[in-house]
Ligand binder design. Structure first.
Ligand code: BES
Ligand code: MN
Ligand code: ZN
Length: 497
């Protein structure tokens, strides 16, 4: 059942709820506002608690107070907002944390007072509560199923509950739900989510949301000459599939065209160069890039910006088998270049090479790929940040601005030409892996060989796509990290006109 989110202009402390979350600016007077109301209603014990916990409204400080019936909400959580105007990203994060706290408290209703000064705060708050309330319980049974679930959220605004504000809440709710599609897909087990299942998901979603969707099967990929892509999937009993989704605005012809490419390895064993057993289960999430692109396309069907967007998914399963590709094999590619296979565990860049070459032929103004590509990226930046690479400085600036506005942690890494030598092969035009050092960069350099002069961004999301513990907006497991940035980027291109 979807979360019900409503908007109210009443004082949060007068609304009945299991939990009320209220933001307090740093250094705000305790003689007026929510703290005054609370201490008046709850008596000196509340003042003592605030004092003992040194609650001053510093960012991220929280204090929880039980109201024992003295106020309408059963419990009140005060959250420090720090100083200055909260940004849209901070509002979203606060809302997500409020929803997670409500879930942890087994609350079914939440009242959240939104610091409503930021532009777009209504939408961001709604996005945040949906993201924070997310849980993946599809495969739990009996006692393991959660007994209580968050059903109702009331966002309290100090502004007017205008029609626009209500619409913004509904858009935010739907964007939040779209990002949760990425999380669900990452969390789905690999016996259930194989290339054909991922393709079917896209077909169904496209039908529901008015997108165009074409699926290419193995025979068609072979006929097109996507030999690298097909090679990666040839060891699996499950055929590789490519999905081509298109969003186009109705009415006038859009001035910009964007292509998003997602790595969709529904499982990555490493193939003949098989991975160690420990942690291999996480490779169910090796389609995190594809999941993000699918979530983006779903979100675009809600936002309907004035720009044409293509979503390309390279779906395959990397398995060891008598038919699997091997080190030493040489394959041609859609682009024409021949590639010597070195390590069959570097499969993602092979799939992407062919899908990027296909994307290039759509002649986009910008092409962005998103992939759980290298462990080296996680070594470089840690698990919470993704790396981006760009072959154009102005585009890199656009990505940096989009990530900042979205509040997602991303860091640019360089396309170092010095490392290009590592991809030279004696027997083919290229080999697909270099040595260990700078592994995230050499993977990006390999991809660059297939994009020609197209403006292009590569995002390595190997770290944040699937997390081992909740962090910021993200739950444990699949996160959808990157989708908010993509949306900012698309909106920026729509605004360019
Ligand atoms: N899917 C992995 C990368 C990965 C690692 C994603 C950890 C998420 C978490 C990718 O296909 C891979 O195996 N890369 C190899 C490349 C190497 C063989 C050059 C790696 O990073 O070890
Ligand atoms: Mn691999
Ligand atoms: Zn992989």
């Amino acid at each position: 059942m979807p979360l019900k989110i409503s908007l109210s202009t009443h004082d949060a402390l007068t609304l009945p709820a299991d939990v009320a979350v209220i933001g307090v600016s740093e250094g705000a007077s305790h003689k007026a506002g929510p703290i005054a109301t609370i201490t008046k209603a709850l008596g000196p014990s509340a003042s003592r608690l605030l004092k003992r916990q040194e609650f001053t409204g510093k960012r991220d400080q929280t204090v929880e107070l039980s109201t024992n019936g003295a106020l309408k909400p059963s419990s009140v959580v005060l959250v420090g907002l720090g100083t200055g105007e909260p940004t849209e990203a901070q509002v979203r994060l606060m809302a997500a944390k409020a929803a997670r706290a409500a879930l942890a408290a087994r609350a079914t209703s939440l009242v959240l007072e939104v610091p409503y000064t930021a532009r777009g705060a209504e939408r961001a708050a709604a996005e945040g509560v949906v993201l924070g309330a997310y849980r993946f319980t599809k495969y739990l049974t009996g006692d393991r199923l959660p007994k209580a679930t968050l059903e109702r959220v009331t966002l309290v605004t100090t502004g007017r509950a205008s029609k626009e504000a209500r619409e913004a809440v509904e858009v935010g709710r739907q964007i939040g739900e779209a990002i949760c599609i990425a999380r669900d897909l990452v969390n789905e087990p690999p016996n259930e989510l194989y290339p054909e299942a991922l393709a079917k998901f896209c077909v169904d979603m496209a039908k529901e949301r008015g997108l165009k969707c074409t699926v290419f099967d193995k025979a068609t990929l072979s006929k097109k000459g996507m030999k690298l892509f097909v090679a990666v999937g040839q060891g699996s009993a499950r055929e590789p599939k490519m999905v081509h989704l298109v969003y186009s605005p109705e009415g006038k012809k859009p001035k910009k065209r964007l292509v998003f490419v997602g790595k969709g390895l529904t499982f990555d064993t490493g193939g003949i160069c098989i991975k160690p057993a420990a942690g291999m289960e996480d490779m169910k999430g090796d389609m995190g890039g594809a999941a993000n692109v699918i979530a983006l396309m779903a979100a675009l069907s809600v936002l309907r910006p004035d720009v044409e967007v293509h979503g390309l998914i390279g779906a395959a399963e990397n398995m060891p088998d008598g038919a699997a590709y091997r080190p030493g094999d040489i394959f041609g590619s859609l682009d024409g270049k021949s590639v010597e296979i070195i390590n069959t565990d570097a499969e993602g860049r092979l799939v992407l090479a062919d899908v990027l070459a296909y994307g290039k032929s759509l002649e986009p103004d910008l092409m962005v790929d998103n992939a759980t590509l290298t462990g080296a990226c996680v070594v470089a930046l840690g698990p919470f940040t993704n790396a981006y690479f760009a072959n154009d400085d102005a585009v890199a600036d656009e990505v940096r601005a989009a990530a900042r506005d979205a509040g997602e942690s991303m860091w640019q890494l360089p396309l170092l030409d010095e490392l290009r030598d590592g991809l030279k092969s004696d027997w083919a035009d290229l080999k697909h892996t270099a040595d260990r050092w700078g592994g995230a960069i050499t993977a990006a350099l390999f991809l660059r060989e297939f994009v020609g002069s197209t403006k292009w961004v590569h995002m390595d999301v190997a770290g944040p796509s699937l997390l081992h513990r909740a962090q910021g907006l993200h739950p444990k497991g699949g996160t959808g990290h990157g989708v908010l940035t993509f949306l900012k980027l698309v909106e920026a291109y729509a605004a360019k006109g």
